[in-house]
Design a protein around this ligand. Structure first.
Ligand code: ARG
Ligand code: ZN
Length: 849
């Protein structure tokens, strides 16, 4: 369907459903190409609706028969479902449909891959399974019977019966269809158990394909920790007798919180020391927690409509971030999250795909599972918590769970619990949900007669469809240091509500050095004219770990921009400051590692664009290389000793403590490799008994133009481990020189083990190509062409993953006319494809607009 023909859905058009569902019974007779789905649905008129039109959603279904109250009916089939004349009182709808899971490569609805059936229904996949009012405000208890010879047959809720060739499940908790799930296959499980605070015995399972049994332990432990944490911190208990997690290889996203049956991309659940990195372990722990936490924030309380997606996602991301901070290091988590926010969300906010945290229109909702909805959505909750305080936040959450359990809610409901708890008017705060774009806060300061004055001025750029924005409530945490480095004013929260506002601090002996926006208290761009001395001072003295890191980051950024743009030598003040941090044994190795990292190519490109200059991807790449050279030089005497002092040699544990050391030694190793011809990296590669060190060594070699032998031996060693091989594909593209990136990626796609039907493998190559900025934006245009060629191939197979990958082009207007011309050509080539999916059409259309 061409973009122009696809209807746009608007938040303002919401109307309550005409019919509610009291109960659903489903029977699945599984067969790869001819699965029969029998439904029995008890409908009842919604007293809150006036209209009684009966419309069911349905896509790609073959209707075999339909009955109302036992009498055969002949519904009118439409492109999007069906309509039918119905009684004006409660009735029972029965239908039998046929679907073909084995031909379903879109991985939405019920699909089969690797001999296993699984489902993905969020957001609108259930309509590919049977005719149904597929909207989240229609909630019902489900009973499911699965008929198949496969040994493991799973669905939501509790198992009520099973025998030769069948299993029956009942989920007593009313849920929307997007939380429905079914899994069938030859699976093996790691069993576990958990006793809830009130004494419910819960059976736990992690289900995987045979051969992956050795990669389940960590996920099981993460699940138990999540269950304990949610009881302790939010007072939320699990509410069924069983909780199943299933690993699936072909999956469009990270994971899905289906009630009692969470389905995961295998990359988000399988892990052991040999086949997963520290970063994987941390991500798995976070995703397990995220999906588990959805049981309350998402499932027990769900969304009224898809515009409210941030209601469950923003809150659940916020909760999983709190969990990770508790399990690991709070500052390290905060710094990583801000890096991610700036890298993905600010980038989105600053381009053609910008949209509010609560979007107001869409054509394809799958395109709105974005960094803005998720990560900015979580930041908004963090701000709310800061503004009302921890105690009020806890009270408001209790009220939210009490008041709205079992309901499908809106952002208005969410904000009201805070207003009712605190008496605070959140009208202005609500603009965070409706106005797109990243606020810019200009800070200036003044000193007179012992009084220090901070002036903050906010502005919000225009974004697609939005101009003339109103000031937002910006919680601005600030601390003040005296010239000796002592903190004279501890972290204080300023509430910026006007376009411009001044705040004073009286009674100070000396002009203080400000530490502004501590903890990154609001997702804004802080604009403050300052110098390298002040930044170096904060890097040395700030008590706020985020701002300590931020000072170093700003130093690095300024130094890099001066090198790239002004041809200046690497700034000694930056190099000296970094050297002091990296060699400071009182600091956490993970923190030191973060301080040693340089701003990404994309981050630098954005800085150029923000100041009205055209970024040159090759010059940015060269600048970072030169800076790495300068770092290796200034640290030359320290690299070897520091590396050896922190190299972890004890048995592998995925702990934050060990991971921090490995992170530091890996980054030191990549600098060391510039100087020792690869000796240390080859040694680490050979000795490694864990993937973090093995990949770390391989990356260090590849980054420095070495490592072809190691690359080959790695492939040989891991050819049977698909998740490890994904990394092998990825790092080659990620570390390729700019002129080689497209060629390397192209060559990888010709391998027999490249399969575009597997989203992980596809992303390993093309996600990495998009990340390799200088390679993707190489002046030849080869990167753009290759990307477009493959998006064109993938779209008919898997629209969701294609559409998501289109965001590689979202920053195109930053670049010079030649590059813009080449990108436009590729985007138009995609847009012109006959039969282009709604998903991709919407994305390309928005990017080109
Ligand atoms: N609700 C899932 C999660 O955040 C993600 C579902 C993504 N769905 C989609 N159509 N992109 O845990
Ligand atoms: Zn989620």
């Amino acid at each position: 369907m061409a973009d122009a023909e696809t209807p746009t859905i608007y938040l303002r058009d919401y109307t309550p459903p005409a019919w509610l569902v009291e109960e659903v019974q489903l029977t699945f007779r599984l067969a790869p190409e001819t699965t029969r789905v029998l439904s029995r649905i008890r409908f009842t008129p919604n007293p809150e609706a006036t209209d009684r039109t009966f419309v069911l959603d349905g896509e790609g279904l073959t209707l075999i028969s339909a009955r109302i109250d036992g009498t055969e009916v002949d519904p009118t089939l439409t492109e999007a479902g069906l309509t039918c004349d119905v009684p004006d009182t409660a009735f029972v709808w029965e239908a039998e449909v046929e679907i073909a899971p084995a031909s379903n490569t879109a991985l939405e609805g019920l699909y089969m891959s690797n001999g296993m059936y699984s489902t993905q229904c969020e957001a609108q996949g259930f309509r590919k399974i049977t005719y149904y009012p597929d909207r989240p405000d229609v909630m019902a208890p489900f009973s499911v019977r699965i008929e198949s010879d496969l040994p493991v047959l799973l669905s939501n809720g509790n198992r009520v019966a099973s025998g030769e060739g069948f299993a029956e499940w009942h989920d007593p908790w009313p849920k929307p269809a997007y939380l429905f799930a079914l899994v069938a296959g030859e699976l093996v499980n790691l069993p576990g158990s958990f006793t809830t605070r009130s004494g419910r015995e819960v059976e736990l399972n992690v289900w995987v394909r045979p051969g992956d049994e050795d990669k389940c332990d960590f996920a099981m432990e993460a699940l138990k920790k999540s269950m304990t944490w949610d009881e302790k911190v939010y007072g939320r208990e699990y509410d069924l007798d069983i909780f199943n997690i299933v690993a699936v290889d072909d999956f469009n996203m990270g994971a899905m919180e289906n009630k009692g049956l969470n389905i995961f991309n295998s990359s988000a659940v399988l892990a052991n020391a040999r086949t997963a990195t520290d970063a994987n372990f941390e991500r798995i722990e976070a995703i397990i927690a995220h999906e588990y936490f959805h049981n309350w924030t998402g499932n027990r309380i769900t969304c009224r409509d898809w515009f409210q997606l941030c209601l469950k996602e923003g809150l659940t991301v916020f909760r999983d971030a709190q969990f990770t901070a508790d399990m690991r290091s709070e500052p390290v988590k905060r710094i990583s999250d801000v890096l991610d926010l700036r890298g993905r969300q600010f980038r989105e906010d600053g381009g053609p795909l910008a949209h509010p945290v609560r979007p107001e229109s869409f054509k394809e909702i799958n395109n709105f599972y974005t960094a803005t909805v998720y990560e900015k959505g979580a930041e908004v909750i963090g701000m709310l918590k800061r503004l009302v305080g921890d105690e009020a936040y806890a009270k408001a959450l209790d009220l939210y769970f009490d008041r709205h359990d079992g309901q499908a809610c809106t952002i208005e409901d969410w904000l009201r619990v805070f207003e009712d708890t605190t008496g605070r008017d959140l009208t202005q705060f609500k603009r965070w949900y409706s106005q797109a774009g990243t606020p810019r806060v200009v800070m200036t300061d003044d000193w007179a007669d012992g009084t220090y004055t901070v002036t903050l001025k906010q502005s919000l750029p225009d974004t697609p469809g939005q101009t003339g924005k109103q000031p937002q409530v910006i919680p601005f945490a600030i601390g003040l240091l005296d010239p000796s480095g002592q903190e004279v004013v501890p972290t204080t929260l300023l509430e910026l509500t006007e376009t411009e506002q001044s705040f004073t601090f009286a009674g100070l002996a000396d002009r203080p050095i400000p530490s502004p926006l501590r903890g990154f208290s609001a997702p804004v761009v802080l604009d403050r004219q300052t110098d390298a001395e002040e930044r170096a001072f904060l890097l040395a003295h700030d008590t706020d770990p985020f701002n300590k890191w931020e000072a170093g980051r700003q130093l690095a950024k300024t130094a890099l921009i001066d090198m790239i743009d002004g041809g200046q030598a690497p700034d000694d003040r930056y190099l000296d400051a970094v050297r002091r941090v990296v060699t400071d044994e009182s600091l956490d190795p993970a923190f030191r590692s973060l301080c040693l990292g340089l701003p990404s190519e994309d981050d630098l490109a954005q800085s150029f664009a923000d100041s009205g200059r055209t970024p040159d991807p090759q010059a940015i790449w060269d600048g970072r290389e030169a800076m790495r050279g300068a770092l290796a030089e200034v640290l030359s005497g320290d690299l070897g000793p520091l590396y050896r002092a922190h190299l972890v040699t004890e048995p592998y544990a995925p702990s934050a403590e060990q991971a921090g050391k490995r992170s530091l030694t890996n980054i030191l190793l990549s600098l060391l490799t510039r100087r020792d011809g690869g000796a240390a990296a080859q040694g680490q590669f050979a000795d490694a008994d864990n993937l973090t060190q093995q990949i770390g060594a391989l990356s260090a070699l590849l980054t420095n133009g070495l490592g072809s032998l190691e690359l080959a031996s790695f492939a040989e060693q891991w050819s049977h481990e698909r998740l490890v091989m994904d990394k092998w594909f990825m790092i080659q593209v990620a570390h390729a020189r700019p002129a080689d990136a497209a060629r390397v990626a192209d060559a990888l796609t010709q391998r027999p083990d490249f399969a575009m039907t597997n989203p992980n493998r596809f992303r390993s190559v093309f996600g990495a190509l998009a990340m390799n900025q200088a390679g993707f934006h190489h002046a030849s245009g080869d990167g753009y062409r290759l990307m477009a060629d493959w998006l064109i191939r993938l779209d008919p197979v898997n629209p969701q993953t294609t559409a998501r990958m289109c965001s590689a082009f979202q920053t195109w207007r930053r670049y010079d006319a030649d590059r813009q011309g080449m990108i436009r050509e590729q985007l138009e080539r995609i847009a012109a494809l006959p039969g282009l999916s709604r998903d991709t059409a919407e994305m390309v259309g928005r990017i080109l607009e």
